[in-house]
Ligand binder design. Structure first.
Ligand code: NAD
Length: 289
């Protein structure tokens, strides 16, 4: 396939390289990055020229909306816009309405799996948009990822992503505060893990990504909390969940509190640049008041 790829940052560049390695004809464009091994166009228009699919991997919804408006006049009718960025649900739906009005179907397809998954081609895609476009993009999801779930019409992929990550943020905080409480009660961390990981308090945060160093499977806690999944990315996703909750009039008190705690951690404490499980040393150093 002839593919345009816009946004060649930490995630976009390895995703584009995997498509090239699989034999696709990829032309990339980025405002700042010029990664090796990818043919770079001098403009958005040139990257979109003749492309059957244009993929975007951009920082946020505002940039996506701007890029999509600039791209649209250069895309051929029948081609597809495949956005893999994590953005707000409203931007995803706005972009879909705009492109579909021009006969260009679009898919919102945010990912989980991080830079590691982008590099090894094992991302999970959560996809919103029309059936036919999902089917056309299927072979590309197979190259860049290990799984693609069709979540319904436009916006469904972004909705799935932020609901999942809201649960993740809340359960990570709960797991960290429980470890800090266990410490103060004199409970051994290994015993705490052995009980909770096989009892009703278990979760991905405890069982697969344990925030306590030296306990459970290998995780960023064992590497001085180098990300992994950085706290500022968790904060971004929690804020998107709260923006969506406000728009949809949904009551999400735990998500709201998790967003507040990660904002405090990233902006006023030492959380920026650390893995999101570094909430554990944060709680360890605190008392009740
Ligand atoms: P990044 O900042 O490394 O890359 C974004 C790229 O977009 C940059 O190279 C930037 O120059 C480029 N860009 C910005 N505006 C542009 C424009 N107008 N035209 C062309 N290029 C433009 O970010 P990333 O880590 O690659 O993340 C990309 C998206 O993936 C984000 O939405 C993020 O939330 C999501 N995501 C990231 C991770 C992760 O672990 N990094 C995991 C899951 C999802």
């Amino acid at each position: 396939m002839k593919i345009g790829f816009i946004g060649l940052g930490n995630m976009g560049a390895p995703m584009a390289r995997n498509l090239i390695a699989a034999g696709h004809d990829v032309t990339g464009f980025d405002l700042a990055a010029t990664p090796e091994g990818i043919t770079i166009a001098s403009s958005l228009a040139e990257a979109a020229d003749g492309a059957e699919i244009v993929i975007t991997m951009l920082p946020n919804g505002e940039i996506l909306r701007r890029v999509a408006s600039d791209l649209l006049p250069h895309m051929s009718p029948g081609s597809i816009l495949l956005d893999c960025s994590t953005v707000d649900v409203a931007s995803a739906r706005t972009v879909a309405d705009q492109t579909e009005a021009k006969g260009i179907p679009s898919l919102d397809a945010p990912v989980s799996g991080g830079v590691g998954g982008a590099t090894t081609g094992t991302l999970t895609f959560m996809v919103g948009g029309p059936d036919e476009a999902f089917a056309t993009a299927g072979p590309l999801f197979d190259i860049m990822g290990q799984k693609a779930v069709h979540c319904g019409p436009s916006g469904g992929g972004q909705a799935a992503k932020i609901c999942n990550n809201m649960i993740l943020g809340v359960t990570m905080i709960a797991t960290c505060e429980a470890f800090a409480l266990a410490d103060k009660l004199g409970l051994d961390r290994q015993a705490m893990f052995d009980v909770v990981s096989t009892s009703s308090g278990y979760s991905w945060s405890m069982n697969a990504y344990c925030p306590a160093p030296g306990i459970g499977p290998q995780s960023p806690a064992d590497n001085d909390y180098q990300p992994g999944f950085a706290s500022e990315l968790m904060l971004k996703d929690l804020r998107l969940s709260q923006q969506a909750a406000a728009d949809a009039d949904a009551d999400t008190p735990m998500g709201a509190r998790a967003a507040e705690l990660y904002a405090q951690f990233v902006e006023a404490e030492d959380g920026a640049g650390r893995d999101f499980s570094a909430m554990l040393p944060r709680f360890e150093g605190r008392s009740r008041s």
